[in-house]
Design a protein around this ligand. Structure first.
Ligand SMILES: Cc1cc2nc3c(=O)[nH]c(=O)nc-3n(C[C@H](O)[C@H](O)[C@H](O)COP(=O)(O)O)c2cc1C
Length: 167
C-alpha cells in the first residue's frame, strides 16, 4: 500500500502518533509535517492526516498562537491541517483516514480535530473518509497516555490490512 501520513503538532505528541501509525502502515511510509505544505505523490492508495484538537476542532491561527504562548515548541505562525486540507483539489479522490490527539476529560467533550477534518473532507468531496480516530494525552502539553503508541501502530496496521484486502 502506498500511503502518506501528514501531521500537525505543537508539542510533539501528534508527531509521535503519526510516526507510530506510519510504522503500522508499513516500513518506509513517509511522515510529513503539514507546515511544509507537502505536495502529494501520484498513485497514492491512502492519505492519513492528523492534528491536535484545539477548541473542539482543528487548530486555527489563534489557537496555535495560544499554544505558543503556553510554551509549545512548534512555529505557531505556520499553517496547520485546516489550511492544508482546504487547499486540496476538489476532485481529490484518494481515501483518507483522520486522527487527532486530545485530552480525556471527566465530562468527555465531543469535539475532535479528527471529526472536524472528516467533515472538511466530506464537505469538499476530497475522497472518502475511511476512519476518524482520537488518541489521548494526559494534559495540554502531553505526554501521551500509556498504550496510545501501540494503539496507533495497530490502527495503522489495520488500515493497511483493509487496503490490501480491498475492503
Ligand atoms: C488552544 C488549545 C485548545 C485546546 N482545546 C482542546 C479541546 O477542545 N479538547 C481537547 O481534548 N484538547 C484540547 N487541547 C489540548 C490539545 O489537544 C493538546 O495540546 C494536543 O493533543 C497536544 O498535541 P501536540 O503535542 O501534537 O500539539 C487544546 C490545546 C490548546 C493549546
Amino acid at each position: 500500500m502506498h500511503a502518506v501520513v501528514v501531521y500537525e503538532s505543537m508539542w510533539g505528541n501528534t508527531r509521535e502518533i503519526a510516526e507510530a501509525v506510519a510504522q503500522g502502515l508499513g516500513e518506509g511510509t513517509p511522515v510529513i509535517e503539514v507546515a511544509t505544505a507537502p505536495a502529494l505523490p501520484d498513485g497514492l492508495d491512502l492519505l492519513v492526516v492528523g492534528g491536535p484538537t484545539h477548541a473542539f476542532s482543528m487548530s486555527r491561527p489563534s489557537t496555535r498562537e495560544d499554544a505558543g504562548q503556553r510554551g509549545a515548541g512548534a512555529d505557531s505562525s505556520a499553517p496547520g491541517l485546516r489550511e492544508w486540507l482546504a487547499g486540496l483539489p476538489g476532485d481529490f479522490a484518494v481515501p483518507i483516514a483522520t486522527f487527532d490527539t486530545r485530552v480525556r476529560t471527566v465530562r468527555h467533550l465531543p469535539g475532535s480535530a479528527a471529526k472536524a477534518a472528516k467533515r472538511e473532507v466530506e464537505r469538499h468531496h476530497h475522497g472518502t473518509v475511511v476512519d476518524a480516530v482520537s488518541f489521548y494525552v494526559h494534559d495540554v502539553a502531553g505526554p501521551l497516555e500509556d498504550g496510545e503508541l501501540q494503539r496507533a501502530r495497530e490502527w495503522g496496521a489495520g488500515l493497511a490490512a483493509a487496503g490490501i484486502d480491498g475492503s
